[in-house]
Design a protein around this ligand. Structure first.
Ligand SMILES: O=C(O)CC[C@@H](O)C(=O)O
Ligand SMILES: [Zn+2]
Length: 535
């Protein structure tokens, strides 16, 4: 371990908070108001939030908070319910309490008023449901783990909620190629555990792993914590089965690494947030499980030093580097304050989390040791700690993964997920602190520095139009001026659909609208999402 070669460096032990990273999936009854949060725990915040008896304020209806008009879809009739019941007997949910939980997003920032929740188990059932909805002009909101951050996974009005929760079977896993084929509703953490038992890992990892579904991950093209090493789902997803708006099943479920026959149709459904079709089955390439994983948690005196640490890291750790995340002091303070997690290094203006994943314990430790020596000696890093055993590795990761959760305890959160040239990644955070002054409670910046992805979060006691108008369109204009992306990895959903034009030219937006019309002529699939409203 690095500690032995380098006495200045201390590997410290932290106690994980009780219940940390407990796994759960939606209970079979769906009658419970205790829903798992994105981190797979039954957190008090979520329990309070979903219990109307607790007296916590109701989330304002999306159609009241935002200027949005219901499109002329039909409304669900008794005959429709009977038709659904014949397709999925016993899995048509109309109990208001159960449906309500699926009407509200995890952040408790948007709320629809759907009256019906459907829980199919197979692609054929999804196909029959969509055929009926298409004929009847009924709008449908596909929903996975409901962990999205842009309001894409809950209805805006009374769209039927089609949950993938019961589509949770692994279909096959090939332990030579590492190709996993599974249904869309498999929970990411359960898949991770499943493939790990066979010495593989999932190519993506997210803070929300305990609740999010692989189908949701693919339909939003989720990025996450392993992107730096394993790249986008656009590369690791090998095939998809998708049900189109009219109920047709499109089988592109190949498990081939190479296939240049015609247009790559599956790419249309990756990242289109359920607006072009509902993903029902996924074929995905899993990398072999690394034999040695090390995590270093470092304190840096400034953002310039974080950047230089990253450059040094790439140069010295090269092929074993698997993650480089950064956090500012403000977000770590909130993690300590709201989650009571101990920060293992001296208080610093910035922190970096570096992960290496390789095949040789000794080789990786040696490389990491020289890197740490170099960054410490040159003053790029002022304090740090290293973990090699799994429990400590997870404890360090928790400090990064649980920032979103900590922020949600701080009040209403305005979220921005931006791609920027890495050297400008933190400028907007500094700029906004001055611009917003006391209007904001906290302005924090953290994210996937290795991918040029900033998570800019602004907290306030409550949602406020005034604060919103100081933030938008300012943040988007600023980002567009740097040729950045206004949504790096969270998608556009409902909340960001109107800003697509900041990152894509009019011709591209028009082509997207034409594709939508071609695949979903009645617009029944996840309406009011992804594409800007058309007049
Ligand atoms: O809450 C956020 O802004 C980011 C969530 C997620 O993408 C993360 O990287 O932790
Ligand atoms: Zn992220």
């Amino acid at each position: 371990m690095v500690l032995h070669q380098m006495p200045r460096w201390s590997a410290r032990l932290f106690r994980a908070p009780p219940g940390w990273r407990r796994t759960c999936v939606l209970g079979p009854s769906m009658g419970s108001r205790w829903l798992p949060d994105r981190w797979g725990m039954y957190s008090p915040l979520v329990c309070r939030g979903y219990s109307s008896a607790s007296g916590s304020p109701e989330v304002m209806l999306t159609c009241k908070r935002y200027p949005v008009q219901r499109l002329p879809f039909s409304t669900v009739s008794e005959k429709d319910l009977a038709a659904f019941e014949s397709i999925i007997p016993g899995r048509v949910i109309t109990d208001p309490d159960q449906v309500e939980a699926c009407n509200v997003d995890w952040l408790r920032s948007v709320r629809g008023c759907s009256k019906v929740l459907l829980r199919p188990q197979t692609s054929e059932e999804v196909s029959h449901i969509l055929r009926h909805c298409h004929e009847r002009n009924l709008a449908v909101n596909p929903q996975g783990g409901n962990t999205g951050l842009v309001g894409g996974s809950v209805p805006v009005f009374d769209e039927i909620i089609l949950s993938t929760a019961l589509m949770n079977k692994v279909i096959s896993f090939h332990n030579v190629s590492g190709i996993l084929v599974c249904q869309a509703g498999c929970v990411l953490e359960e898949l991770s555990r499943y493939v790990q038992e066979q010495d593989f890992i999932m190519p993506l990892d997210l803070g929300a792993k305990g609740s999010c579904h692989i189908g949701g991950n693919v339909s939003t093209n989720a990025g996450g914590l392993r992107f730096l090493r394993y790249g986008s789902l656009r590369g690791t997803v090998l095939g998809l089965e998708v049900v189109l708006a009219n109920g047709t099943i499109l089988n592109c479920l190949t498990s081939l690494r190479k296939d240049n026959t015609g247009y790559d149709l599956k790419q249309l459904f990756i990242g289109s947030e359920g607006t072009l079709g509902i993903i029902t089955t996924v074929s995905i390439l899993c990398p072999p499980r690394p034999q040695a994983v090390n995590v270093a948690f470092l304190g840096c005196p400034g953002f310039a030093e974080v950047l230089q640490t990253f450059t040094t890291c790439k140069g010295m750790l090269g092929e074993v580097l698997s993650a480089f995340e950064f956090m500012d002091a403000e977000c770590m303070r909130l993690v300590r304050q709201h989650l009571h997690l101990a920060i293992p290094v001296q208080e610093s203006p910035f922190y970096a989390l570096v992960e290496t994943s390789g095949s040789s314990v000794g080789h990786d430790a040696e490389k990491l040791g020289s890197f740490l020596e170099q960054v410490l000696d040159s003053g790029l890093v002022t304090d740090g700690t290293v973990a090699t055993d799994q429990r400590k590795v997870q404890t360090l990761w928790a400090l990064r993964e649980r920032i979103t959760e900590a922020l949600s305890h701080d009040g209403y959160v305005f979220k921005y997920d931006i791609s920027l040239p890495v050297e400008r990644l933190y400028d907007l955070v500094i700029d906004l602190r001055t611009r917003l002054g006391p209007l904001a409670k906290h302005v924090v910046g953290y994210g996937h520095l290795g991918d040029g992805n900033l998570h800019l979060n602004v907290t306030a006691e409550a949602f406020s139009e005034g604060l919103l108008s100081s933030l938008e369109p300012y943040v988007y204009t600023w980002t567009a001026e740097q040729q950045g992306s206004v949504s790096a990895e969270h998608g556009l959903g409902f909340k960001k659909r109107h800003v697509l034009g900041y990152s894509k030219p009019p011709v591209a937006v028009q082509l997207m609208q034409q594709l939508k019309l071609l695949l979903d002529p009645k617009g029944i699939l996840n309406p009011y999402k992804t594409l800007p409203a058309q007049d």
